[in-house]
Design a protein around this ligand. Structure first.
Ligand code: NAP
Length: 292
């Protein structure tokens, strides 16, 4: 069994970007990413801090718009519109989840497609379905594909089973694996909460991608020996032995499944850091496009 080291792969992508940003012509502005965070959900605070810190490490400029938990849709729209119109901003990320009274998809759609570096707007998601790589591929699915490619996993002709059909992860990663192009060409099955006899399907997977949001949901009897297992889940479970009172676990029962798998991603240190690296790569691409 091989552990796919997302930290190491992400670090090399970030190092490449840092070099490229440092090598820009003298006197030109670096890429700039703007974050919009609504409320103080602890996971969102931590994700935005991490993304902000990584952007700064690369030498990118950052903006942070903080809006109160009860912000109106009009005010959120105004904040998005302002960043859309600002030529100094190259990429915009709205940290999900938004509070329930706000429509997340409507907010994602409002970001100008050329600044939609999170890739969750209609134009960029649609391009994935069209096998068109001129847009921005949403970050977690892009990170999963990059991890597989850099770990030497060939998808062509393989059965990829995705558990989860969210807009953020399950659906787009299924479309990416299905694309008619190199490093894809998989046969894809997408499962969800209404799937009958889930284990019978997951056991057929050559590559199993778990994006469910339930701690350690995928057990050993759901996995074919030799499968590649990608664990997207990030779940906080109470752990009084830890200083912060919790630990992070994935959607896969790692101790039970890892001896069976040929390759597996850990949590933390698997898909998570790749999501951040792909966001940075998309922001760099947005900046290159506008010619600085
Ligand atoms: P989500 O929007 O809640 O979607 C979860 C999916 O799992 C849904 O499609 C749901 O089915 C399915 N599901 C729930 N219970 C199931 C069951 N018993 N059997 C089969 N399918 C079931 O979650 P998400 O945004 O995709 O996130 C999934 C996990 O990945 C979370 O732990 C999240 O924190 C993590 N995540 C990690 C990253 C990263 O960077 N590593 C990024 C994003 C998310 P229905 O559609 O039928 O409800």
């Amino acid at each position: 069994m091989e552990i796919i080291d997302g930290n190491a792969i992400a670090a090399s992508i970030i190092a490449e970007l840092k070099e490229k940003v440092a090598a820009r012509p003298a006197g030109t502005e670096p890429p700039c990413i703007a974050f919009i965070r609504v409320g103080d959900d602890p996971a969102s605070v931590s994700y935005v801090n991490k993304k902000n810190k990584t952007a700064a490490e690369i030498g990118m400029a950052t903006r942070l718009t903080l809006l109160p938990e009860d912000v109106s849709e009009d005010k959120l729209n105004a904040a998005i519109d302002e960043l859309n119109a600002d030529p100094a901003v190259h990429g915009i990320l709205i940290q999900a989840p938004l509070p329930r009274h706000l429509d997340e998809v409507r907010a994602f759609r409002r970001i100008a497609p050329e600044k939609d570096v999170d890739g969750l707007g209609t134009m960029n998601l649609g391009k994935i379905a069209q096998d068109d790589d001129s847009g921005f591929v949403c970050c977690t699915p892009a990170g999963i594909m990059e991890l597989l490619r850099r770990s030497g996993v060939t998808l062509s002709g393989k059965h990829v089973v995705v558990v989860g059909r969210s807009l953020l992860v399950g659906k787009p990663v299924a479309l990416l694996a299905l694309q008619k192009r190199e490093h894809a060409n998989a046969t894809v099955t997408v499962c969800h909460s209404r799937t009958a006899d889930l284990a019978a399907i997951t056991r057929q997977a050559d590559v199993l991608i778990a994006a469910i949001g339930i701690p350690e949901f995928i057990k050993a009897d759901m996995v074919k020996p030799g499968a590649v297992v990608i664990d997207v889940g990030i779940n906080r479970v109470a752990d009084p032995t830890r200083k912060r009172g919790y630990r992070l676990v994935g959607d896969v029962d790692f101790p039970a499944v890892s001896p069976l798998a040929s390759k597996i991603t850990p949590v933390p240190g698997g898909v998570g850091p790749m999501t951040v690296a792909m966001l940075m790569r998309n922001t760099f691409k947005a900046w290159e496009r506008v010619g600085r």
